[in-house]
Design a protein around this ligand. Structure first.
Ligand SMILES: [Zn+2]
Ligand SMILES: [Zn+2]
Length: 88
């Protein structure tokens, strides 16, 4: 059931440990997502550590990158999962 398609050519770096808090990832300790990038025209795979919420982007973000459909810095609220700014 794991996403292993290395034979097809997307040898995706699947982090085994969080580079930030060193927590072992995998088995539900990591959220995997996709961030659409309008900067480099492709999407970045995201691996988010659920311990410290550090997000690893694959490929790494560059200066050109502009994420448009993630929780990003561009204040897109289109995802609808924003309970952050509802103070009630
Ligand atoms: Zn972490
Ligand atoms: Zn990009």
């Amino acid at each position: 059931m794991e996403l292993r398609r290395t034979r097809r050519g997307w040898a995706e770096p699947q982090p085994s440990h969080c580079p930030d808090c060193q927590e072992a990832l995998g088995g539900g300790r990591m959220l995997v997502g996709t961030a659409q990038c309008s900067g480099c025209g492709q999407s970045h795979r995201t691996h988010t550590c659920t311990a410290c919420w550090y997000t690893i982007y694959s490929p790494h973000l560059t200066d050109r990158c502009e994420l448009s459909a993630f929780d990003g810095r561009r204040s897109t609220r289109t995802l609808g999962q924003g309970t952050e700014d509802s103070d009630v």
